[in-house]
Write a protein that binds this ligand. Structure first.
Ligand code: ADP
Ligand code: MG
Length: 532
């Protein structure tokens, strides 16, 4: 029998059960990497590359991105972590862990010869169930969940701060979670409509204590380079008019290739003067506009700086585009590309403009802006890596608050919701005959990974805590539903009463994405690698 050659020489294929099992093993290995970062007692990962960049992070998506995973199947887990990050902003460790656990539970069935499609069908139906579950278990939690709709601003703020605090509790800055949570909530409320995430600026200033971080209801940016004369400018205004420019206010040096022919030497002076006249004319127009603060994206030279200083005007050149745009949005000004015809409407304003010392840096701060659609968090802290991680954590918290504002329902965290869905599914399984019952049970068991891992990471006896939780959740009255891991005592506690809250969308999204990913991996029975 001659051999039939289908694929190019050098093609690497592996198929069948062995391939599927090896894919599952790879995914489990990935989940094992992030496993220990889950929860308030989770550990952080230090990742460094050969260029000497060091990142310390607790964020699942960041870790997965930096790990640079090459295994084709395990890459799917990286993708779901990333998508969870961009979709909801938090729950990135959770999603990887769940997907890994679903696969781990499926593995013995696959090894015993169960056809993967049977597993997929059941998992998918459960996944549908989870959405439906919006009809059942999740709905049930939602009953207990507090909706922030229709509350007063003060109440809303405190509820949102609880969600932000839960997100932050697992991070490096968890020790100051209340402090940062209320800051994040204020920032998000300040920007109002939700599509303006870039309107929350985060500025990092190394040094100081993280408690020195502060929120500016407006825009803040680092003082730009300035010329002599700057010291004489006033550094504080109330209700100033603000002129935003995209032009250079500098004496232009003559072009090297310019050629001017003079017949009369006395004309020379007029040529020199002309240049000065142009710039003085520009400066004069700026002053006439009535602006007290002049910002430009391009350079403001020493002549202009002195000119403004003599007239009690503040100026800053080479302002970063992003910052200038935010000043424009916040103060209601428009960026000008010419100083001709500066009408009143294009000038911005704010309650207070101030240049202030923050650590070793000086900051230009615009607060009390009329449109109010921006906020800036100035982050302080010791090491660079620390501030970087703090920024990532705040980003998570900002996203969570925005999600909670939008979807306005929250569920109990600390593994409570996971236990409740698990219990519900086990109950559901009992009504189903045949092998499917086993599959559903294994899926339900996989959900318990969240509370189990929370315990493991905190050094608690997971078996003991889980037994207590199972017992509590099984109470027919349903009063046990909000019970989760008590991270302080190592027992169980009402997560809801303890304000361990998460927006429901985080959980729904995480479970759905993890189920999908698990099914996707289960459906692969052959990997083909084409030679280049
Ligand atoms: P993720 O990247 O998935 O958000 P985290 O490390 O942020 O991972 O951990 C989130 C988990 O920690 C959630 O299940 C949440 O309910 C739980 N959690 C957060 N704070 C507490 C707390 N104070 N007590 C118990 N569980 C908590
Ligand atoms: Mg988190």
């Amino acid at each position: 029998q001659p051999q039939i050659i289908l694929l190019k020489e050098g093609t690497d294929t592996s198929q069948g059960k062995a391939q599927l099992v090896s894919n599952i093993n790879a995914c489990t290995a990935v989940a094992d990497v992030v496993r220990t970062t889950l929860g308030p007692r989770g550990m952080d990962k230090l990742i460094h590359d050969d260029k000497g960049n060091v990142t310390i992070s607790n964020d699942g998506a960041t870790i997965m991105k930096l790990l640079d995973i090459v295994h084709p199947a395990a890459k799917i887990l990286v993708d779901i972590a990333k998508s969870q990050d961009s979709e909801v902003g938090d729950g990135t460790t959770t999603v990887v862990l769940l997907a890994g656990e679903f696969l781990k539970e499926a593995k013995p069935f696959v090894e015993d010869g169960v056809h993967p499609q049977n597993l997929i069908r059941i998992f998918m139906s459960l996944f549908m169930l989870n959405v439906l579950h919006n009809g059942q278990a999740i709905e049930k939690i939602k009953e207990l969940a507090v909706s922030i709709e229709g509350k007063s601003l003060e109440e809303k703020k405190s509820l949102l701060a609880k969600c932000a605090a839960t997100t932050l509790s697992s991070k490096l800055i968890g020790g100051e979670k209340e402090f940062f949570a209320s800051m994040v909530v204020d920032a998000v409320i300040a920007i109002g409509s939700e599509d303006r995430l870039n309107m929350i600026g985060i500025k990092k200033v190394p040094g100081g204590n993280m408690r020195d971080s502060f929120l500016v209801n407006g825009v803040a940016f680092k003082k730009t380079f300035s010329y002599a004369g700057f010291e004489q400018q006033p550094k504080k205004f109330t209700n100033p008019r603000i002129l935003l420019l995209n032009i250079e206010l500098e004496l232009k040096s003559e072009k090297e290739n310019a050629e001017i022919r003079l017949s009369d030497p006395s004309q020379y002076q007029s040529i020199v003067d002309a240049e000065w006249n142009i710039i003085y004319d520009k400066l004069d127009k700026c002053v006439k506009s009535g602006a007290k603060v002049v910002l430009s994206r391009l350079a403001i030279g020493d002549l202009a700086t002195q000119y403004f200083a003599d007239r009690d005007i503040f100026c800053a050149g080479r302002v970063a585009e992003e910052d200038l745009n935010r000043v424009a949005a916040a103060t209601g000004g428009t960026i000008q590309t010419s100083v001709n015809n500066i009408i009143d409407e294009v000038l911005g304003t704010c309650e207070v403009f101030e240049e202030k010392q923050v650590g070793n840096e000086r900051f230009n701060i615009f607060s009390g802006c009329p449109s109010g659609w921006t906020a800036t968090i100035v982050l302080r802290g010791g090491a660079d890596q620390f501030i970087e991680e703090a920024e990532r954590s705040l980003h998570d918290a900002i996203m969570i608050v925005r999600r909670a504002l939008k979807n306005s329902t929250v569920v109990a965290g600390g593994g409570a919701i996971d236990m409740e869905i698990s219990r519900y599914l086990r109950q559901h399984a009992r009504t189903i005959a045949g092998k499917s019952q086993l599959f559903i049970n294994s899926y339900a068991k996989a959900l318990e990974v969240i509370p189990r891992q929370l315990c493991d990471n905190a050094g608690f006896d997971a078996t003991d805590v889980l037994n207590k939780l199972r017992h509590k959740h099984a109470l027919p009255s349903g009063e046990g539903a909000p019970y989760g891991v008590d991270i302080n005592t190592g027992g169980i506690a009402d997560s809801f009463a303890n304000f361990v809250w998460e927006p429901s969308v985080v959980k729904i999204n995480a479970i759905n994405a993890a189920t999908e990913a698990a099914c996707l991996i289960l459906s692969v029975d052959e990997t083909v690698k084409n030679p280049k």
